[in-house]
Design a protein around this ligand. Structure first.
Ligand code: F6R
Length: 252
């Protein structure tokens, strides 16, 4: 695991955008795994400005998002589908049929999960997978206690995630869906060739320390990343402040 401490959030966004840019420049039909939430918003802004500057072409790129709330239609204002279109897709030249996000309101949600998993397999896996991290150590919606062998499936959000995500629902936790579809830990570990985990702010400091230095345990789902052979963590100084072992910290 390589850990880069960015100077600040803008630096984190630039560094992660460079990884995506280099991947797509080397492979025009790269497969990108994408996350929602606050952390990657600046990365997506950077990618939009790189696209506008003619530095990156998304016309052949394929995307798979990590997760989606169960029960929300793609056009629902709080769906991750809507989020991705507003923050990235509508501003770049990605082909609509190259975009994959689980359909949260599919009445056959279990079948949706199986098909999603199969689509990633058929795409040949994910070249760069962007991850955020929950303050409870979750990745995707794989909450503490998730089985490391699980694939894309229906999951129940933990109370802390419901509280954390209420800010996207006007601050009302009651409005946050209780269920979601998420790529599983096994999906992420097996299909991702390069995992880039982004963490910003002191509320992520405990999770980052446990992820990198604690035991590999389902109680901190992100700790499994210690067993993946190509992980780059990019954290701002506040998210990195509790790391004790500085030997694996990398210069930029
Ligand atoms: C989002 C996702 C989540 C978030 C995590 C951090 O698609 O899978 O695991 O990455 O909850 O969210 P933020 O960035 O809002 O702190």
């Amino acid at each position: 695991m390589k850990i880069i401490v960015a100077d600040h959030y803008e630096d984190l966004c630039k560094l992660s955008a460079v990884i995506i840019k280099e991947c797509v420049q080397a492979k025009k039909d790269a497969v990108l795994g994408l996350a929602t939430g606050s952390t990657p918003v600046g990365l997506y802004k950077q990618l939009i400005s790189d696209y506008q500057a003619g530095e990156i072409d998304f016309s052949k790129v394929i995307t798979f998002n990590l997760d989606e709330y169960a029960g929300l239609s793609p056009s629902h204002p709080q769906s991750y589908n809507k989020f991705m279109h507003e923050h990235l897709f509508q501003h770049i030249n990605v082909q609509p049929d190259h975009i994959h996000i689980p359909q949260g309101d599919n009445p056959q949600l279990e079948a949706e999960c199986k098909v999603y998993e199969e689509l990633i397999r058929q795409a040949g896996g994910i070249d760069v997978q962007i991850l955020g991290i929950g303050s409870n150590g979750h990745i995707g919606f794989n909450e503490p206690g998730s089985d490391f062998e699980e694939r894309t499936r229906i999951v129940r959000l933990s109370e802390s995630t419901i509280q954390a995500n209420a800010r996207f629902f006007g601050g009302d936790p009651v409005l946050v869906p209780r269920l979601a579809v998420s790529m599983g830990i096994k999906t992420i570990m097996e299909f991702s060739k390069h995992i880039v985990l982004l963490a910003n702010g002191e509320e992520k400091a405990d999770a980052i320390q446990k992820m990198a230095e604690g035991p590999v345990t389902p109680e901190i789902p992100a700790s499994i990343l210690q067993q993946h052979n190509h992980v780059t963590v990019i954290a701002d100084p506040k998210a990195a402040q509790k790391l004790k072992n500085l030997s694996y910290l990398s210069n930029k």
